[in-house]
Design a protein around this ligand. Sequence first.
Ligand SMILES: [Zn+2]
Length: 242
Amino acid sequence: MSGGRYERQLSLSEIGVSGQARLGASSALVVGCGGLGSTLLFNLCGMGIGRIGFCDGDVVSESNLNRQFLHTPADIGRSKTQSAYEKLSAFAPELTLEPFDFFVSQQNAVSLVSGFDLVLLAVDSVPARMIVNNACVSKGIPLIDGGVNGFHGSLITYRPNRTSCLSCFYGETKPSKDPIISSFAPVVSVIASLEAQCAANIFLDLFNPTDGRLLLFDGLSMKTEFVSLSKNPHCPVCGSQH
Ligand SMILES: [Zn+2]
């Protein structure tokens, strides 16, 4: 006899009935419906985050399919957010899913992130990271950023008024055309899954190892290391926060 969709995680002492209710009452926005976004969105749906937004203005291309498990060959040329919405609403029909079929920009970022408890970055562009970082700092919203390049992955969490923001260590970056970044599904999936775990840590008030600490992962050796990052008092984005 089935004990319900969340039976296998309700039995965890860190979650239980009250923790599951907290997850169900939480909201998260994922920026990017590509490789990181695919695994991340399935994880957020699987754990039962009650309201999930996702944003991407891109369309599916054949070269996405080595790692972007939300999309199939039949989706080539279609909107990534529409493709994602179809798969995720079939997977988790009880959740509120909000597709945003456009790229994040300076003009829309603040209104996009407003109203979400948490934002997760799943993009491969530094300028897009900075735009979302600035919006999250201005609205006081926690932000989780995952990145991949070949067999290497990275992960960090920004907590308002407590940790460095992304701009503290990226500095000021000028918009540039990003080179093609190599991507291999296992590493992409590891980093995306760790982003989801960080989200759970935040929603459940558990210790979050990437608060202000950059996690570096090497997919070949499977080694991880943490690099502590200090808040930059002269950061142009969060420097005035205490
Ligand atoms: Zn900063």
